[in-house]
Design a protein around this ligand. Sequence first.
Ligand code: EPU
Length: 417
Amino acid sequence: MKKLIINGQHELTGEIKISGAKNSVVALIPAAILSDDNVTLYNVPNISDTIALIDIIELLNGKVEYKDEVMKIDTSKIENKVVPENLSKKLRASYYFMGALLSKFHYAEIYFPGGCNIGSRPIDFHINGFKKLGAEVTIEGNKYTFKAEKLKGARIYLDFASVGATINIMLAAVKAEGTTYISNAAKEPEIVNIASLLNNMGAKISGAGTSEIKIEGVNHLSSGVIDVIPDRIEAGTYTIIGALLGKNLKISGIIEDHIDALLSKLKEMGVDLDVDDNSIIINHPDTYKPINVKTLVFPGFATDLGQPMSVLLTQANGMSIFEETIYENRMGHVKYLQKMGANIRINDRTAIIVGPTPLKGEEVVATDLRAGAAMVIAGLIAKGQSTVNEIDHILRGYENIVEKLQNVGADINIIED
Ligand code: EPU
């Protein structure tokens, strides 16, 4: 089992370069199978979710070359096969093969996806969308079978602006007969990145990045090329770390608009940020003002940054409130923050955090990906040594986290026992 050992309280100086976005690349790779030729992705992060998706592409007889952040996927000989549970369970995004296989072959057999345990995470909006497009859906235990004589464009309204359902319905509709409209679509930057790849392959999608997406079906998708957008959650995580420990710490390769909500909250707390279009220089202040943070869909404050942000709030001067509105179970990290000395009370999906409280090094657990990021941040500011267990969750989403932090002066190491 891999663990992180962190000796805290080192100021961080230098530059951290942001990698390609996990939540984009995990949809771009399944989207690639819609091409009858090949797809090239640039700026692909080397994280375990990427590797898990390569296994599925290879199972389907695709050929993948992946080197130096460039992934070339030869999709000319893709075959339809059952995606077994041992592969689907490795990550949440395996569910994008539902939409992609249904679109390409009008038939898909795939098991329920895995992913972080942060709530019940049903996929009913995806299923309802596929049904509206004309698919028959059979569910036997964890196995989902999708079948359609033909897929026909439809008007689909989402009860909630779900990222996964928006992308999956785009994938399923892109080659359907006629036009599909998704209303109350998710507006996250990842949606725009996926639509851009599909359009580059010959699709006709407009409105991505707004709550109304129009997809005019096409018969054929050919080769495609796209840059994976920078990971706004990774950028946000390191920006929060900079707010706590940065001394002229530069975070580069960002898109400012993608992390506006976070930057605005950090400014409200009194953090010194020098932002230009694609980088930020951060200096930590001596004291932080307490604030309220409520997670929302984009462009609101990202749910994936709520847990990292809660660590910063333990250092604010007074009472802060962190409210999670997207998932039921985003507070897995709190008991470990309490163990380290934080003063936090949980009331359902709200954490009331009173600071500033010094944190002390402890043995803690990464209960999910972003809880793990929160534990790393806590370890970096704590006095003494912390051990973070179950870090496979963290390695699913943060490329080279240990090296990136070591390079700016953190005392953090990975060990295996
Ligand atoms: N929901 C339903 N039914 C559905 C789909 C979603 O009830 O059919 C609910 C979910 O249970 C949740 C809410 O709608 O309460 C939002 O879920 P959404 O579908 O937007 O999330 P997702 O597609 O499952 C992606 C990211 C998450 C990120 C969210 C929100 C991937 C693989 N995952 O999840 O990333 O939190 O969007 O931005 O892209 C992470 O990176 O740590 C992570 C959890």
